[in-house]
Design a protein around this ligand. Sequence first.
Ligand code: TXA
Ligand code: MG
Length: 367
Amino acid sequence: MKRREVAIFMEYVIIKHMKTEIVTVDINNIDEKLMERAGVLIASGQLVAFPTETVYGLGGDALDPEASARIYSAKGRPSDNPLIVHIADFSDLERIAQEVPIQARKLAEAFWPGPLTMIVRKNDRVPYATTGGMDTVAIRMPNHPVALELIRKSGCMIAAPSANTSGRPSPTRASHVAEDLDGKIPMILDGGEVGIGIESTIVDLTEEVPMVLRPGYITIEMLSEVLGEEVKLDPGIIASDDTKKPKAPGMKYKHYAPKADMIIVEGEEDAVVSYINEAAERKRSEKVAVAVIAAEETRERYCADIVLSMGRRSREDEIAQHLYGILRQCDELNVGAIFSESFSTPRIGNAIMNRLLKAAGHQVIQV
Ligand code: TXA
Ligand code: MG
């Protein structure tokens, strides 16, 4: 750790119990005074958690290395894992990128504000503390009135990872943020439940061929259609072993994981239901509490202690929206084993399964 990082770490040891103010923001009638207060916190190097359309973020001034160090410290995140810089105006991209690739203009036009993060080469304005030592920077314009207002009121670009403790599922409600960060940051803006529920798609524009480093709501097909060229998926995130390293440092960490052992069961509906019911029965005889994660359409076919519904399979947006909340619920209910159906839905199935497979440590049974 560098001297400054040590100082900030010590600050947390000393102020172990900072009082965290949790304030409700009406997204249809945003309180200007409140947002100004939140903006001042950011501008003075402090942290504010805020809603975006994907998940809640933990924000700090992106150009202030001390604010970035505070983010890493509050999350318990390894400092080689770079942060996403949130902007409210396209011209901010020009302020921090070495050059703006034509693809970035096209994608911003099509998808910003929205759940898409672009990686470009950074210029000297962006401190290495924010990019985890990398010469590139991840940038996104979120599509949420509270996020955009916070950026504008602070007069800063806001570095924000998901507002969870490192390794825990990303927060989709303010109460999830409070579970992880209460006492560690001065303010949480509660804008209600988020709309999308999984983190933004990340596309790397620094190489010859654009490459998706993290799948999300914006699919490869959508990117490719706008760009009129091929877009690849990082081979490192498909591998279930360590043979290929993912290009986004954050994708290599065990992530989103509930505490209990989790297994995904794949196959025909009848076979999946009987396998899970038998396995749950066996666990019960061993006095292990079991949770089953199922779609709304099939939930009633399970006879386990706890059956959690992800939403209707026919409405894949619901599945994405509920995923992280359900993983957190499994922790709260203190179950010993989790069996989950597979959710390879048509459009964003890749993005959903990427998170679910990580949560299960890639334990999949085909029946
Ligand atoms: O939807 C989202 O993107 C949310 C909301 C708050 O905006 N943010 C989020 O941030 O998910 P975080 O820090 O949890 O995930 C950022 C991911 C990490 O996997 C990180 O390694 C990767 O982006 N990343 C950031 N900068 C990068 C860079 N320059 N090169 C490669 N990967 C990068
Ligand atoms: Mg995260």
